[in-house]
Ligand binder design. Structure first.
Ligand SMILES: CC(C)(COP(=O)([O-])OP(=O)([O-])OC[C@H]1O[C@@H](n2cnc3c(N)ncnc32)[C@H](O)[C@@H]1OP(=O)([O-])[O-])[C@@H](O)C(=O)NCCC(=O)NCCSC(=O)C[C@@](C)(O)CC(=O)[O-]
Length: 726
């Protein structure tokens, strides 16, 4: 079985390159910082505070903040680069260097506020508001703005900090528009009960999703106990610094952060996944030591060595969220590729217990696909359990039938006839379990083509989508598995409808979803037009395609290689657009009064628009379009989306393990933020409860639940019928 890195249950943010270095006596060279950051990223740290954007005179250790941040963005696309900035100017510099999140410190203690940022607490709240307003104007691509409440648990200058002050400050910061508000124990005075009270109170005040990381210092040896208390309160983000570096130079008595390696050890040993390879993280201390030889490193685990009893966490990702509306529905999924797995993923994300049955010994072949299919497995198999069972051997088939006997749904997407040949067709399984809803995802629904196998590309070609996408005479498939994913989605809808029917009838039934028929949903609008006009529409890839709007195109911005799509699709929008971009003559032209006239006049309008846009930097152009309410978009590539502030701030990206992509030759990241289901339920966005399973990871537990005795399970494993479950 492939070695799989642990899956994150919490996200640890390494703050060593910022907080860790700001109190160091020596200045670490930029190249050494980058080598250290690379070593920590290689150990699986997915989020790092890489620099502080403060005047170099105040903190010479951070004079290279922009250079380091830029280099981190360029070298580590999967790493979330966070920066600290005390004010708007620092935030602007951080954003210009590519920081994806910016932490603005706000002290709960008035005395520390004046010492740290030379401003009163209320003035700093106003500064946060200014940063938020500036960031909003950036529109798409803006960094996430975090307010970090320092001295939240007491201050060496002021003494006690009343909890009500911290709660009121958190509210003020939320009202000022900070995306998240974090709590920092700058001096290390917190105790678990204090921390629990404050976490609860702040969360109650600003809402559960806006409470950010806990930032803990270890002055009195309480940091790990405090981290556990935070974890038990549902906090899922913690700061740490490798080697326990750090401390605030403007808070007398402040000593190091909790050592990241100690925090990882505790969490993993407690069964909480961090996604971090602890031995590699400990090894990264040597890279740190080489770059900063004069600084003593702390950390108990490194000093004592990893105990032989240590085992990294396994099992499900802990999740404070309830399982979802389909909790209690059990689905047995026989699938590969995209269509069946995406159907199962939708049900799993919504809370169903989805058990993916994979062929042995190496599991679903999709795990080993390469190239364009490299991401299939991790993308479509989260929140599922895996049972690796050879259905072609009678004992394996018998075990799977016992599982199916207690299931609500069976879902499959193999070649027509394959499930019947295994004895797992609808007729056989419905005899075994009359309440079973059985969903077949196939190339074609029943009819003359039903015996054919099919792929997305096949149905895009025969279904007109390739014609509609490419330039004339050059059919081009869409740049994603649109029919597979939508076909899976229609399968899930059919399953939900059948479950609803079952409530009334007590009986399940067969439902089917077809790739070709899915593609026809996409073609309907073009078929309608073809019927109305009596000829085939020209494809979208045809530069001469007749567009119904005056502006519906990609334009160049002032910078070379920067482009923005803009669509002006209403008469009111057109008037506002012309007014804002100095096209008053076009707006006032009586011959350009209707959308039809405007569409006809595109050859006259577009060069004028292109000329105006070519003089505007992309950020300014997008900010002006956003203010106008005109639809626009930057042109993103897949890797840009990991940093999209909207996706990041709205729970739109789930931290998914990529280990299931076994076809990867040199994986650059162990996990990545992959898109959540595109729906918001009353309970929030459906989240990640389980990482994509390892081959057969849950075999024994699933068979036990199906009623098999321990010796039956052992026999199946010994004979190789059950794989990966030992
Ligand atoms: C996709 C094809 C064409 C592949 O067709 P195929 O390669 O012939 O595979 P299959 O579906 O027949 O494979 C199933 C085999 O695995 C066996 N099997 C399965 N599970 C077990 C088990 N546990 N234990 C033992 N054996 C197992 C099963 O019994 C069968 O054995 P066989 O009959 O070959 O001896 C076909 O499956 C099909 O037409 N499916 C229906 C439509 C469909 O889902 N199409 C694929 C959609 S996703 C996709 O194609 C991605 C792509 C390429 O379109 C992406 C893109 O273009 O963007």
């Amino acid at each position: 079985m492939a070695e799989v890195p642990a899956a994150p249950g919490v996200v640890i943010r390494e703050v060593g390159p910022r907080d860790g270095l700001q109190n160091a006596k020596a200045v670490m060279a930029s190249a050494d910082k980058l080598a250290w950051i690379a070593a920590m990223a290689a150990a699986g740290l997915a989020e790092m505070e890489v620099a502080s954007f403060v005047p170099p005179s105040a903190m010479p250790q951070m004079a290279d903040a922009a250079e380091v941040t830029r280099a981190v963005r360029a070298r580590h696309p999967g790493l979330r680069a966070v920066a600290l900035a005390p004010n708007l100017r620092g935030a602007m510099n951080a954003a210009a260097a590519g920081a994806q999140a910016i932490v603005i410190p706000v002290s709960a203690s008035e005395a520390h506020s004046r010492a740290n940022v030379r401003r009163a607490r209320d003035e700093q709240v106003a500064e946060v508001r200014r940063v938020v307003e500036w960031a909003r104007d950036l529109g798409a691509g803006r960094p996430v703005i975090e307010a970090g409440i320092s001295t939240a648990f007491g201050c060496s200058l002021q003494g006690a900090v009343p909890e009500r002050d911290v709660v009121a400050l958190a509210r003020a910061l939320a009202e000022a528009g900070a995306d998240v508000v974090a709590l920092a124990d700058t001096l290390g005075y917190a105790t678990p009960s204090h921390l629990r009270r404050l976490v609860r109170a702040v969360r109650a005040e600003i809402g559960p999703d806006r409470l950010g990381n806990l930032h803990l210092h270890d002055t009195l040896g309480t940091a790990l106990a405090n981290a556990m208390a935070g974890l038990e309160e549902g906090v899922r983000g913690f700061d740490g610094a490798l080697g326990g570096l750090g401390g605030c130079p403007f808070a007398p008595g402040s000593v190091g952060n909790v050592a990241t390696e100690d925090l990882v050890h505790l969490l993993e040993a407690e069964g909480v996944r961090t996604g971090i390879d602890l031995p590699r993280l400990i090894a990264a201390r040597e890279v740190l030591r080489a770059g900063l030889p004069s600084e003593p490193l702390q950390g108990r685990v490194a000093a004592a060595g990893l105990p032989p009893t240590f085992r990294p966490a396994a099992g499900p990702v802990p999740d404070a969220k309830p399982a979802g509306p389909l909790a209690g529905i059990r689905v047995v999924e026989f699938s590969h590729m995209v269509m069946g797995p995406s159907c199962g993923m939708i049900l799993a994300d919504l809370g169903a217990d989805v058990i993916k049955v994979e062929p042995g010994p190496r599991g679903d072949n999709t795990r080993r696909l390469t190239g364009a299919a490299l991401g299939f497995f991790p993308t479509f198999n989260r929140n599922k359990r895996s049972l690796c069972l050879d259905l072609k051997r009678p004992e394996g088939a018998a075990a799977a039938r016992r599982l199916v006997a207690g299931a609500d749904v069976v879902l499959e997407n193999f070649r027509p006839g394959a499930m019947e040949a295994l004895g797992f067709g609808y007729a056989a399984l419905s005899r075994l379990n009359p309440r079973l809803v059985y969903c077949s995802c196939k190339g074609f629904l029943p009819g003359p083509y039903e015996h054919r196998t099919a792929l997305d590309e096949v149905v895009q070609m025969m279904g007109g989508l390739a014609y509609m996408t490419g330039p004339p005479g050059r059919p081009l498939r869409a740049g994603s598995s649109v029919n597979d994913i939508m076909g899976g989605m229609f399968g899930a809808i059919a399953i939900l409808a059948a479950l609803r029917e079952r409530e009334a009838t007590g009986r399940g039934g067969l439902v089917q979803s077809g790739l070709f028929e899915t593609n026809m949903v996409l073609m309907a609008q073009h078929m309608a037009r073809a019927a109305i006009e009596g000829e085939d529409p020209e494809p979208f890839g045809d530069p001469a395609m007749r567009k119904p709007w005056p502006v519906y195109d990609v334009f160049a911005a002032a910078e070379p290689d920067e482009q923005v799509f803009v669509g002006v699709v209403g008469e009111g929008q057109w008037r506002a657009f012309c007014g804002a971009f100095g096209l008053d003559d076009l707006r006032d032209d009586p011959g350009l009064a209707t959308m039809g006239q405007l569409a006809e006049a595109r050859p006259r309008i577009l060069p004028r628009v292109a000329q105006v846009f070519a003089g505007l930097p992309k950020a300014e152009l997008m900010a002006r379009l956003e203010a106008l309410g005109v639809p626009f978009a930057p042109i993103a590539k897949p890797s840009d989306l990991f940093a999209d502030p909207h996706l990041l701030a709205s729970g739109g990206l789930l931290p998914v393990d990529l280990a299931g992509a076994e076809g990867a030759r040199e994986p650059r990241a162990a996990s990545a933020g992959l898109p959540a289901l595109p729906v918001a339920l009353a309970s929030g966005r459906p989240g990640l409860r389980r990482q994509p399973p390892r081959v057969g990871e849950h075999g024994a537990e699933v068979l036990r639940e199906a009623g098999l005795a321990e010796d039956e399970i052992r026999r199946l494993a010994e004979t190789g019928i059950l794989a990966g479950a030992a």
